[in-house]
Design a protein around this ligand. Structure first.
Ligand code: CDP
Length: 244
């Protein structure tokens, strides 16, 4: 499929219903890339919910609320009202602001990656972020990616995608991504972190990563960025052309 294969459908876009699209999956499987590409084509809002968990984690690290990789649950719960997260569009990119400071680069650091899943198990943290995420999606026309989007945040989303890729592919992708951002890491460090986070994320009690029964699976191990986008766009147009 080429870039123009959906020209007719894209021209009809303004008349189509604005959907809520939930994308879930394991670490570094390409969820955010797909969400961003889809949002751009459809003119939807794109929210990377993982960035919000990373933002809370950065606040905790900076304020001494994590010691020896162990989060201080009591102090973190107390601090939550002081943590303000906001996305702003800068040069066609979403930037995450933590208490008015652009932290988009810092939230990708190894230090944050090492602690984020331990912060994301905390019920109060999830409650705060899920509430904020639901507000962002109030009017539809949103694509959100994460771990619990189809199961908890938007259980009524019109389209749910579960993105997967082999471990080898995911590790290599994340390693390349970090390198391009100037973040030094070894392949083994990346692999260990992805495996640890995937385990914690899929075994926690509240909002674990699961593949919900109404999600459509996209294994993108052997798909190009354009192929994965075309496949997902096809699903959106198919939804709109059926009797919904
Ligand atoms: O980019 P990557 O797939 O590595 O992770 P991310 O989307 O930035 O999310 C970072 C972490 O936040 C995950 O490993 C989860 O622990 C947590 N998270 C979550 O618990 N629920 C979400 N909806 C999104 C992220």
């Amino acid at each position: 499929m080429g870039a123009f294969s959906f020209l007719k459908e894209l021209l009809l876009l303004p008349k189509m219903k604005k959907l809520t699209i939930a994308i879930d999956g394991y670490s570094a499987c390409g969820k955010s890339t797909l969400a961003k590409d889809l949002a751009e084509k459809l003119g939807y809002i794109f929210i990377d919910s993982g960035a919000m968990y990373r933002g809370v984690s950065l606040y905790c690290l900076r304020n001494g609320l994590v010691e020896n990789s162990i989060p201080d649950l009591i102090e973190i719960k107390k601090a939550l009202p002081k943590i303000n997260l906001e996305f702003k569009r800068i040069k066609d990119e979403n930037h995450l602001f933590l208490n008015e400071e652009d932290v988009s680069i810092e939230i990708r650091s190894n230090e944050v990656a090492q602690i984020v899943s331990k912060i994301a198990v905390i019920g109060e943290v999830r409650k705060k972020l899920v509430n904020e995420q639901r507000k962002m999606g109030e009017f539809g026309g949103i694509i959100m990616d994460g771990r619990d989007i189809g199961s908890v945040v938007f259980p009524n989303a019109e389209l749910k995608l579960f993105v997967t890729a082999s471990e080898e592919v995911r590790v290599q992708r994340r390693f390349d991504e970090l390198k391009s951002k100037g973040i030094i890491s070894s392949i083994e460090e990346v692999r260990t972190n992805l495996k640890e986070r995937d385990y914690i994320d899929s075994h926690r009690k509240i909002g674990p990563l699961i593949q919900v029964s109404d999600a459509i699976v996209i294994d993108n191990s052997n798909l190009s960025r354009q192929e994965q986008l075309d496949f997902a766009l096809g699903l959106v147009f198919e939804y709109n052309s059926t009797s919904h």
